[in-house]
Ligand binder design. Structure first.
Ligand SMILES: Cc1ncc(COP(=O)(O)O)c(C=O)c1O
Length: 453
């Protein structure tokens, strides 16, 4: 590297070439990755070194909830770095003290004690430990359509195909079916879904089950907003059998759904709650396990067997405190609700105009579109765990038009930062609208020329 490299910066192409040569991209065969070089970001936008701008319709990885480059959070990180960049986790620091108190204020019910981690997967790893230690039981239940992280235990909790290459892993994980069965089979009622879970609990032996992990609104597996009565029913089942209810709010928390946490929609208090992403809006890494007072009290006399060098990292805690202040000062949770109402209308508009839209779902600013070949068959536009030429063409269209969002299997997401304005939201949906018209035209062309998608 020359001095000039650091002064002038690298070109987008050089950044891409070097990152591809010397670093590994996640969940991908490396030859297939085609990253966007990112030089900077502000608000709902980011840009390349050459100045191509993208509207960030996925808050990067559903995490930059307050938007990019908020000076208040940047200053808090700078000030903390100058005062005390690090203290080991056996120390007590001011940002840690303040953050614990603040989270106790915003978390539901008597969840008012927290163990801080580096991210969501570690939060779930530690939630497994806490549940096992507290109950003395070893099994954990989770859903097939779920993602709980990429580390050894969390990836076993994960029900989706990202688990498969890690198997056989941690024993004692049992997966249960969600109320949703894909675009062709649709939804169970809450009663049917709950009865199936209760049957699994009975067959596994309730006295062997420490915890049931749920994403109250499932994230990457489809923004699955559960049927009315489901989350309360899960709470009741857990209480009935002495199983800890663990709400993974890593993606659905911190205003994403128009409440502080998605469980708040149903006024349910889980026993443990895991969080990350929106906690700091990803300005620096931080995750947490929140626990109800009775569970925390257990560790007054019993050892908490868990540790991380970066537990309660001062920079993470300071960033989280400043981020939580931004949610409050700028009334971002209210904005997520208001813009979420508009997004629901815009999603419904897509469904009305485009025959390839099989379903739309959203809660707050957590949204998804499922694409199908046609509404008669409801066959997904890409197979489960795969992609297709039409989905690739759509992703390419979004990218060329300056819209960044997450495209997965037969779906794409609409998860902008909570600061998004009406104008920006409409701009994003205008690109999506044109992309879907182009996809439909492409499909007709494929049909005429006999190409199978
Ligand atoms: C619901 C959920 N849980 C856990 C995780 C893992 O978090 P992390 O990537 O910070 O380890 C994610 C990440 O996307 C998630 O969506």
């Amino acid at each position: 590297m020359t001095i000039l490299d650091t002064v002038d910066g690298l070109t987008g192409q050089t950044i891409v070439d070097l990152t591809r040569r010397h670093t590994i991209f996640e969940w991908s065969a490396q030859a297939a990755v085609d990253p966007i070089p990112v030089a900077g970001a502000k608000g709902c936008w980011f840009w390349t070194p050459e100045g191509k701008r993208y509207l960030d319709f996925n808050s990067q990885l559903m995490c930059v909830n307050i938007g990019h480059g908020d000076e208040r959070v940047v200053r808090a990180i700078q000030q903390q770095a100058e005062t005390l960049a690090y203290a080991n986790p056996f120390m007590a620091t001011e940002p840690r003290a303040r953050l614990g108190r603040k989270l106790a204020e915003v978390c539901p019910g008597d969840i008012d004690v927290f163990f801080f981690t580096n991210g969501g997967a570690e939060a779930n790893e530690n939630a497994i430990k806490v549940a096992r230690m507290f109950t003395g039981r070893h099994k954990v239940l989770s859903f097939y359509r779920s993602y709980h992280g990429g580390t050894a235990g969390a990836v076993m909790l994960t029900g989706d195909p990202r688990r498969w290459p890690a198997e056989p892993g941690m024993p004692g994980v049992v997966h249960v079916l969600n109320p949703y069965h894909g675009i062709q089979r649709g939804w169970d009622t809450a009663d049917v879904a709950l009865a199936r879970i209760e049957e699994t609990i009975q067959l596994e032996g309730p006295h062997t089950i420490a915890a049931l992990f749920i994403e109250p609104v499932t994230g990457t597996n489809g923004v699955l907003v559960p049927p009315e009565g489901f989350i309360r029913g899960i709470r009741d089942l857990c209480t009935k059998y002495g199983i800890l209810m663990v709400a993974d709010e890593v993606m659905s928390g911190f205003g994403r759904t128009g409440e502080w946490f998605s469980v708040d929609h149903w006024r349910v208090v889980p026993d443990l709650m895991t969080m990350a992403k929106g906690l700091t809006s990803a300005y620096v890494p931080l995750g947490a396990v929140g626990m109800r007072r009775a569970i925390a009290d257990y560790f007054q006399e019993k050892v908490f067997f868990g540790g991380l060098t970066y537990n309660s990292h001062p920079l993470g805690c300071a960033a989280a405190l400043a981020t939580l202040q931004v949610y409050e000062d700028d009334r971002l949770i209210e904005n997520a609700r208001r813009m979420g109402d508009l997004m629901k209308e815009l999603l419904a508009g897509l469904e009305a105009r485009h025959a390839i839209v099989g379903a739309v779902r959203s809660l707050g600013l957590f949204g998804i579109v499922e694409l199908v070949k046609d509404r008669a068959s409801m066959e997904p536009l890409a197979p489960f765990n795969g992609t297709s030429e039409p989905m690739k063409r759509l992703a390419k269209f979004f990218r060329e038009e300056g819209l960044y969002t997450f495209v997965r299997m037969n779906t794409f997401f609409t998860n902008p930062p909570l600061i998004i304005t009406e104008e920006e939201l409409r701009h994003g949906f205008d690109i999506i609208d044109r992309g879907l018209f182009a996809a439909e035209a492409g499909q007709d062309k494929d049909k005429d020329s006999g190409v199978r998608s």
